[in-house]
Design a protein around this ligand. Structure first.
Ligand code: URA
Length: 473
């Protein structure tokens, strides 16, 4: 039986050295008694010499996990780590095996240590102890960590407070930083630390940043567990602050300003301008649409694509947005979707030149991929911004019926986003009461891979065009 007693200071290095030697000598986990400074010496233990007989390589991920787990409080931690390391030498994939019970226990311990380090960084409270004429200011803090985290966390304080002397005293291990040198010594009893002049300032600050209207007691206590409170000067005020919170939140609500801020008038004017209808002369509409900058789509598109067709048409046909070819040519429905539409419209007996044809969104939205521009569906905000133009076109043409093709057109015309497949073939209305016959978008027909489904959807689309013609007859 081999014995390995880990020191309280320098534990990580000591465990690493011992584990490497045991592993190199092929010592099985059950032949080692691991202990720390508190372990009673084992009567049957021998310290037989080790004969290294193999090369040891340990995955980096294990080294990193072990360098945290050694600081845990579980007395079995050294043995658990070595037992896992022993398994790992024949099965390196174990480090990624999420179902392995030993690994998940070690991962939990690693997490506990990290959490304890985080709490230490957040809750150590220093008090000034040096004399006023000393060349460096000097501070001390009393802290009670859950695990052995003083040593692995000390570097954080060195980086933060390198220009002063300080010591973090704990019942476990103490960290001392003097004249730029960090050292550790055994833990001690709680010392009496003098009152600190800056403590009142800190308490006042803490009380002032506390927002009673945002109080969530459970979240607060999980972030700042009660066991740390006794060494935190501000914590003495927490129970009262929690008790006062409802009344303070009510008072805050009652004292809220009743006058709108000065910029409100400007904001309201902007909103009104966005929501009012376009009221320019009829022949100025195409130029106004062409110059549109209401949403960012104008930045990347070649041009706005304005509707075309007779301004007194009975039927208005509304699509989604220009595609790649429409963006380049400046005319609606001239690309593949337009050709598909023309083909089925001819079968249904619908003459497109008799209708006013436009889109819910006037600029092409796409993402570049290599040399290609890939179509992107417009979002709610883009549809909302462009409704201003769609409404202006409807107001000028005053169609008897609108044929809305696809979900974007349906949303632009009716304001409703619900799935188009369930609504196709039905008649809804614009907010002004113009009837809207909803149908599929021709590009949907183009994309359907299954010939039978495509034939079905095409027939439905043709039916809808025929319905439109019947409604206008
Ligand atoms: N798709 C549309 O919705 N409109 C066009 O103009 C072209 C393709």
């Amino acid at each position: 039986m081999h014995r390995a007693v880990m020191p309280q200071i320098g534990t990580a290095q000591a465990w690493r050295d011992a584990a490497r030697q045991f592993l190199a000598a092929g010592i099985r986990p059950e032949d080692i008694l691991w202990g720390d400074a508190t372990t009673a010496p084992d009567l049957f233990g021998t310290d037989a010499p080790l004969r290294p007989n193999r090369q040891v390589t340990v995955p980096r991920s294990f080294v990193s996990m072990a360098s945290s787990v050694v600081w845990h409080g579980d007395p079995e931690r050294f043995a658990r780590l070595y037992a896992f390391l022993w398994r790992l030498k024949d099965a390196p994939h174990l480090m990624t095996d999420r179902g392995d019970a030993d690994l998940s226990l070690l991962r939990r311990m690693e997490k506990n240590v990290h959490r304890c380090q985080h709490k230490m960084k957040a809750f150590v409270r220093f008090r000034e102890i040096g004399s006023a004429d000393a060349p460096r200011r000097s501070f001390a803090a009393w802290f009670e960590p859950t695990y052995h985290t003083v040593e692995p966390t000390a570097d954080f304080f060195v980086r933060r407070f390198s220009d002063m002397d300080w010591r973090i005293l704990t019942p476990d291990v103490c960290a001392i930083f003097e004249n730029g040198k960090l050292s550790f010594r055994e833990g001690q009893e709680k010392p009496h630390l003098p009152e600190d002049a800056s403590e009142q300032l800190w308490i006042t600050y803490f009380q002032n940043i506390f927002n009673p209207a945002r109080l969530m007691v459970k979240a607060m206590q999980s972030e700042m567990p009660k066991k740390y409170w006794k060494n935190m000067p501000e914590a003495a005020f927490i129970p009262q602050m929690i008790a006062d919170a409802p009344a303070r939140a009510r008072a805050m609500a009652e004292a809220a300003p009743s006058l709108p801020p000065a910029r409100m008038a400007q904001v309201q004017a902007q909103l009104a301008a966005h929501h009012s209808a376009w009221d320019g002369p009829q022949d100025a509409l195409p130029a106004a649409i062409a110059a549109c900058t209401r949403c960012p789509l104008h930045c990347t598109a070649t041009q706005a694509v304005v509707g075309e067709g007779p301004m007194d048409a009975d039927l208005m046909i509304v699509g989604e947005q220009p595609g790649d070819q429409e963006d380049l040519s400046g005319r609606p429905f001239v690309g593949p979707a337009g050709q598909m539409f023309d083909q089925i419209a001819a079968q249904a007996g619908l003459d497109r030149t008799q209708a006013y044809v436009t889109n819910a969104v006037k600029h092409f939205k796409f993402t570049p991929r290599g040399k290609r521009r890939i179509h992107q569906q417009p979002n709610r905000s883009e549809i909302d911004h462009c409704r201003w133009w769609l409404d202006a076109e409807i107001a000028q043409v005053q169609p008897k019926l609108i044929l809305g093709m696809g979900a974007t057109a349906a949303e632009g015309l009716t304001g409703r986003r619900d799935a188009i497949l369930a609504r196709r073939g039905t008649v809804e209305a614009t907010p002004n009461g113009t009837p809207v016959l909803l149908t599929l978008h021709p590009s949907y027909l183009l994309r359907l891979p299954d010939p039978a489904a495509k034939a079905d959807a095409t027939a439905q689309f043709r039916d809808d065009l025929e319905t439109a013609l019947r409604m206008l007859a």
